[in-house]
Design a protein around this ligand. Structure first.
Ligand code: DAH
Length: 346
């Protein structure tokens, strides 16, 4: 083995760039021979495993020397070629360049920005808060009773600290931003909060452990359910078209009362009934309601003076309905064939 290495070392040292009729090809062949995947040096390193222990030190050093020699030789060849190219002024400025492709916004960002713009036009400003939250901001301050199933580890990612479950968790909804905003501001409050949320779900076409929501909160004197309804109608028409109708179904959320879910008339079939709306003519869009007085009080706002409404929606769902995307996983896989379809919707 020692002999073999020494012969290769000699060969490397004696190889000159002039040995190659085509310099670029020659350098590449040389590289493949010595440093390629199945090259000489790789093979020698394989054989090295069988070298008796007492010889390992010497042979190991020789092998490393061989590798460095091959690398420096290639470096030397490349520098030579580069210099020559410059000297002969071979750079052809008239050659067409390789255009690097310009990326485009992700469809979720586009939809999120669209929602923000719609609310900004009626005076809502963007609020942000941490993704890693505590029990108070995700649940307690929002009037979740202690036994509420959302507090279960099966729904929420709790964060371990020193091997122990504390009360830190990834936020399960953007409603936590409501709490952050209420504790720092006094009414009137009019915010919109876009952001990532996390739930402990198995990933499938219809569920994902990461998704995006947009929350809106409006608190002032005399805010009524009529204000909520008008805001919802305005939003639905701006987002899905002037002809869109809405309907509100009674629902339950711990932090609002009365609470509702809003449906829009199906924008695919115009309400006649199709696969997308499961032949009902309606599509579920968001949850909403009047802020529960307990929530206002828990966050230092006098519920006798002030009232408010809140609403929350899923961005993935909005994009699904707008562009008929059938599988949630597509949003996160970064497959260019998917992403490129939205290039023009900036
Ligand atoms: N936080 C709720 C969820 O994740 C959505 C929601 C419902 C937000 C009603 C609201 C609301 O602000 O009023 O399912």
């Amino acid at each position: 083995m020692k002999n073999k290495i020494e012969n290769y070392l000699k060969e490397i040292n004696e190889t000159s760039i002039d040995n190659f009729p085509n310099k670029i090809d020659g350098i590449e062949q040389f590289r493949i021979k010595f440093l390629g995947k199945k090259g000489v040096i790789g093979e020698l390193f394989e054989c090295f495993k069988t070298v008796p222990n007492e010889e390992k030190r010497e042979i190991g050093q020789l092998l490393n020397q061989l590798k460095t020699a091959a690398q420096s030789k290639i470096e030397e060849f490349k520098n030579f070629v580069e210099e020559q190219t410059d000297e002969n002024n071979c750079l052809d400025l008239t050659m067409p360049t390789d255009f690097s492709e310009i990326g485009s916004r992700h469809v979720l960002s586009v939809i999120q920005n669209e929602i923000i713009d719609i609310f900004a036009r009626i005076g809502f400003t963007v609020a942000e808060a941490p993704e890693i939250e505590d029990d108070w901001h995700i649940f307690s301050a929002l009037n979740f009773p202690p036994e509420h199933p959302a507090r279960d580890m099966q729904d929420t990612f709790f964060i371990e600290k020193n091997g122990q479950h504390g009360d830190a968790a990834l936020r399960t909804h953007t409603s936590s931003v409501q709490v952050r905003v209420m504790e720092k501001n006094t009414p009137p409050i009019r915010i919109i909060a876009p952001g990532r949320v996390f739930r402990n779900e198995a990933i499938s076409a219809r569920a994902h452990c990461i998704f995006h929501q947009v929350e809106a909160l409006y608190i002032d004197k005399k805010v009524s359910f009529a204000d909520l309804k008008q805001t919802l109608l305005y939003f639905a028409k701006e987002m899905f078209g002037e002809e869109t109708q809405i309907r509100l179904r009674p629902s339950y959320f711990p932090f609002t009362g009365p609470s509702a879910e809003m449906d829009i008339s199906c924008n695919i079939c115009g309400g006649k009934g199709c696969n997308i709306c499961k032949h009902t003519g309606w599509l579920e869009i968001l949850g909403c309601g009047m802020v529960d007085p307990n929530v206002l009080e828990a966050n230092g706002i006098d519920s006798k003076q002030y009232s408010g409404f809140a609403l929350g929606m899923g961005v993935e769902r909005m994009a699904m309905l707008k562009y008929q995307i059938r599988d949630l996983r597509l949003y996160f896989e970064n497959d260019l064939r998917f992403l490129k379809q939205f290039e023009s919707i900036l």
